[in-house]
Design a protein around this ligand. Structure first.
Ligand code: SAM
Length: 579
């Protein structure tokens, strides 16, 4: 990170450092990382010519191990070509080539077939919606006066299904993660690629470094350290990065369109954004700001913050015009007004980026306590930002890099609203604290079923109570009965239908074999198989029972833990079953 890169000789030193690192990765058999490093050395373009054969040989050996014969052949022929600059005499060179070819033959005999161990894949069939391209075509987005915009299922959705896969419009890391995670894609890495001009950030590949330095980092490089030292929040970083990832011409060209949008009524404009894409600034511009409820003090605070951020931006060469006196140029005042808008909308729409980490206090036989989901940054996902909150959410979300995946965590019927969770879950936080949090932070009064019906916390739920649905389809009536003392035939007070408990209990009995098997797979870290069984259990539970139900909560908690294993993990994460 601290190696200077401003002269040929310092770049040669950097190339040698990276070459040494690649040799170390080779020794510990991290072949993909070796290849990344070698690509990086080629880009630095200052590695001593008389040593180049070593780099090409290392690359070729990696391809041999990775069983990519074509690339291995190409790399070997480059290595043989560079032998002539190595200072070896002709005899030594031909002996070396003969030796290498012999070793290659031996390696080929020893190579195992490709690794067939269980891998977790996040790729599933996902037909995107034509308008909301990050969402499945099985949901729609609607709007009303009471709730603003929200998502609704247009078809029945089983539990576990992916409903959103969205790139971040913009993402930033928390400052504590600046030296462990890639500034561009957020993945945790020990193989860092430094910025050529500053030691403040790291990247996971030269590709990420290039993307960043062609866009936002070429401006931020100048002032990022000052911004961090000022203690600015993630939202401030995000508000600014929405600007720096595009150049000022982009926003100036949009100015007329955005002003016309504002004259228009927002409801119509929202429908006009078609297709609605994460990359599209128009989608961001119209995210909810609750602007009519904002008080003057807050507005002043945000205005001051946007002036400060603008001043920082002016220290880079973001703006074309240079205004010497205290007046702002047109360009500057327009960008400041956008920063203010971003600060306001990020307050309600920012999502965390998370990764799994091991906790220090790992306890024996306690799967939950051996890792935690840590917030490593924040991002803006314009489609996911359209979901409203419930304290009993319908979804789970996790990140792969800075991309977002959203899956259902319960079966959802066509026509039902799909809710996400803004933090307070009814199972662990008391109603009064949830209401207080949501009012203060998101400015609405939560009317979800757990709040409206005063559902108990998980540890206060009665394990002997069964809340059974009336057998008549779509009848909302729930029989609340005691497991120990129950009448097998129940008459619905709502529709008069008779419900026979025997077949229901027989189905619920299946859980006694499904759940222990699921737990076993979970303990062994076989999350893909555990998920299948937990989903089977959840379907049975939701078919016959109604929440609040302790078993439903426990299965959903397990499913959440399994699904987040598809997502980001810190570079030093060790799975429970290997500990
Ligand atoms: C992330 S946005 C959700 C989308 C928003 N409804 C919209 O129209 O863009 C968060 C804001 O939505 C509103 N909201 C979220 N959940 C709600 C709920 N359950 N009931 C009423 N309003 C809600 C609040 O104004 C909150 O600040």
């Amino acid at each position: 990170m601290h190696c200077p890169q401003d002269s040929d000789s310092s770049r040669e030193i950097l190339a040698i450092l990276v070459a040494n690192r690649s040799a170390t990765y080779f020794e510990i058999q991290e072949y993909r990382k070796v290849l990344n490093d070698i690509d990086y050395i080629m880009e630095i373009d200052k590695y001593p010519k008389h040593l180049m054969h070593k780099i090409w040989l290392r690359k070729a050996k990696c391809y041999d191990v990775l069983q990519n014969e074509k690339s291995a052949n190409e790399a070997y022929s480059q290595a043989f070509h560079y032998f002539k600059y190595s200072g070896f005499d002709e005899k030594t060179i031909s002996d070396k080539i003969a030796e290498i070819n012999k070793i290659r033959e031996k390696i080929k005999e020893k190579l195992m077939p490709h690794d067939l161990s269980v891998s977790m894949s996040n790729d599933e069939l996902f037909t995107p919606c034509e308008v909301y391209v990050a969402s499945t075509n099985k949901i729609s987005f609607e709007q009303d006066m009471a709730q603003g915009r929200y998502a609704r299922a247009t078809e029945d959705l089983p539990a576990g299904q992916i409903i959103i896969q969205e790139n971040a419009h913009c993402s930033v890391l928390s400052t504590e993660n600046f030296s462990t995670n890639c500034q561009n894609c957020s993945v945790s890495t020990t193989q860092i690629f430094a910025c050529p001009k500053c030691p403040t950030v790291v990247f996971c590949s030269s590709n990420c470094e290039r993307i960043a330095n062609r866009t936002y980092h070429k401006y931020e490089c100048v002032f990022l350290k000052t911004l961090i030292e000022s203690g600015a929040s993630i939202n401030c970083l995000l508000a600014l990065r929405i600007i720096t990832q595009k150049n000022s011409n982009f926003f100036m060209d949009k100015r007329k369109l955005l002003r016309d949008f504002l004259k228009d009524n927002c409801k119509k404009t929202f429908k006009k954004i078609n297709p609605y894409r994460a990359e599209d600034y128009n989608a961001v511009f119209f995210l909810c700001r609750n602007e009519f409820s904002r008080n003057k003090d807050e507005l002043l605070h945000y205005s001051l913050m946007s002036v400060y951020l603008l001043e920082l931006l002016k220290t880079s060469d973001y703006f074309h015009e240079y205004v010497q006196n205290n007046n702002l140029s047109d360009e500057e005042s327009f960008v400041a007004s956008l920063i203010l808008r971003h600060l306001e909308l990020l307050q309600f729409n920012c999502h965390e980026i998370a990764e799994l980490k091991n906790t220090k206090e790992m306890k024996e036989n306690d799967n939950e306590s051996c890792y935690k989901l840590d917030c490593i940054g924040g991002a803006l996902y314009p489609t996911a930002a359209l979901f409203n909150h419930s304290c009993d959410p319908s979804i789970v979300r996790y990140n792969i890099g800075n991309k977002l995946t959203v899956r259902t965590i319960k079966p959802i019927k066509a026509g039902e609203i799909i809710y996400e969770n803004y933090g307070p879950m009814y199972t662990t936080m008391k109603r009064e604290f949830r209401q207080q949090f949501l009012k203060q932070r998101y400015w609405f009064e939560c009317l979800c079923p757990p709040c409206a019906e005063y559902w108990p916390l998980l540890d206060k739920m009665d394990e002997n109570e069964l809340r059974i649905s009336c057998a008549k389809e779509r009848c909302p009536y729930v029989f609340v009965i005691n497991k120990i003392d129950m009448n097998p035939f129940l008459i619905c007070e709502y529709c008069g239908n008779r419900t026979n408990l025997f077949p229901i209990l027989k189905n619920l009995m299946n859980l006694q074999t499904i759940l222990p098997n699921a737990e076993q797979l979970y303990e062994n870290g076989n999350y893909p198989e555990a998920i299948k069984l937990y989903l089977e259990a959840l379907n049975i539970l939701f078919k016959y029972l109604r929440p609040p139900c302790p078993d439903m909560v426990k299965v959903q908690q397990r499913l959440r833990t399994c699904f987040v294993h598809y997502g980001n993990k810190s570079f030093d994460y060790i799975p429970r079953h290997i500990l």
